[in-house]
Write a protein that binds this ligand. Structure first.
Ligand code: FES
Ligand SMILES: [Fe+2]
Length: 387
């Protein structure tokens, strides 16, 4: 759980003003944000309240909940969540707070037909309805039908599971229509979850989003891992939308084809990985063969919790090709982590100044993300920015 930080208003006001100024700049004048944007605990609380709680947060993949009764628990910005596949196959995100006196009704992950709160054994089904409450029928004020676990708004998109804590965000699917057109032939919704692991990096969550989403660093930072496959010089920015940004990481013509292809892929699609970020916390690198994704959340201004996974066209977690791809991901993740942790330290120096961003194909996605944050915080976006 994140601490509540009370900070001088001026720090928050300064960052609001910086975001408003950025939103008013022309795209050609794109400029990186100042250090405080990535280090201020007070501003992080503003982000949580104004952006992250109000928007669709990715929390997992449906491959983690394959059969009815499969569940996992998680804490998100102070809320306790119990995500479960119900007997009818529907995935629900329930409150993991007992309606009696607040104990958690489930811990960890697993498979359950019912959830028995270990404090006084109130028992709920997988839809969150209260089924058993010992001795309570003798109580006039007790109405069993009104003591179910509250359900949070949730959506599944391309196999990823999203929750909206505030409950009034417009449909996620309606904000990523432009992206669906770009990626439809890859058939991401048919890919299987073949790997998942967790990590914690000592950097700001937005810095990680920006890093994943820009191709400018591919050749330099990933000289031996990604440069031979997707060199910086071949990056092509997509025209992004309200809820997402992305670019095409095109393959070096000398690199062997990344097979097997889905037969629907066009020649261009066979030769690039769409890299996209669904705001605010899902990033995806969708190769012709495998997909890497990262689900992130802040844990303080200088720490980010990561759940990253891989989906493949075949449900073969143990195969050599899957394991080779996971190893490649681990290798370039180490390279990114190292850079981002150095960057976070640099933000504490007095000499740090954010500089101009590289042209659209290379860092236009960072610019899109800054514009998104500005929009969410009520600052006017530059004209014509949102298709
Ligand atoms: S707090 Fe859950 S049964 Fe009492
Ligand atoms: Fe990277």
């Amino acid at each position: 759980m994140l601490d509540k930080h009370v900070a001088p208003l001026s720090e928050i006001e300064r960052l609001h003003s910086e975001l408003a100024d950025r939103a008013a700049l022309a795209d050609e004048d794109a400029w990186a944000m100042p250090a405080e944007y990535y280090t201020s605990e007070a501003f992080l609380q503003v982000e949580i309240n104004d952006v992250l709680r109000r928007d669709w947060m990715c929390i997992g993949h449906i491959g983690e909940l394959r059969t009815p009764g499969d569940f996992f628990t998680t804490e998100l910005f102070g809320e306790q969540l119990l995500t479960v596949r119900d007997t009818d196959g529907v995935i629900r995100v329930l409150s993991n707070v007992c309606r009696h006196r607040g104990n958690r009704v489930a811990e960890g992950s697993g498979n359950a037909k019912k959830f028995i709160c270990q404090y006084h054994t109130w028992t709920y089904d997988t839809a969150g309805a209260l089924k058993v409450a010992p001795h309570m029928k003798k109580r006039r004020v007790f109405d069993q039908s009104k003591c179910g676990l509250p359900e949070f708004a949730s959506e599944v998109w391309m196999g990823w599971l999203f929750v909206n804590l505030e409950g009034n965000a417009i449909s996620l699917a309606s904000r990523v229509g432009g992206l669906e057109v770009v990626i439809e032939n890859y058939h991401q919704d048919q890919r299987h979850l073949v790997h998942m692991e967790e990590d914690v990096w000592d950097c700001n969550w937005k810095a990680l989003f920006e890093n994943f989403m820009e191709g400018y660093h591919l050749s330099a930072t990933h000289l031996n891992t990604l440069h031979p496959i997707t060199p910086t010089k071949l990056c092509q920015k997509m025209v992004s939308g309200e809820g997402w940004t992305g670019y095409h990481a095109c393959y070096d013509p000398d690199y062997p084809p990344r097979e097997p292809f889905h037969p629907d892929l066009t020649e261009f699609e066979r030769n690039n990985s769409p890299m996209y970020g669904v705001y605010p916390n899902l990033m995806v690198g969708m190769g012709t063969d495998f997909t890497l994704f990262m689900i992130i959340r802040p844990d303080g201004a200088d720490k980010v919790r990561i759940r990253w996974g891989v989906t493949g066209q075949d449900d073969t977690p143990e195969s050599e090709t899957t394991q080779n791809y996971v190893s490649l991901c681990r290798s370039f993740n180490i390279e990114d982590k190292e850079k981002l942790e150095i960057l976070q330290q640099a933000l504490q120096t007095r000499t740090y100044q954010g500089g101009p961003l590289a042209p659209d194909d290379f860092e236009g996605t960072i610019w899109d993300f800054i514009q998104y944050m500005a929009r969410k915080m009520g600052h006017v976006q530059s004209p014509g920015k949102i298709p």
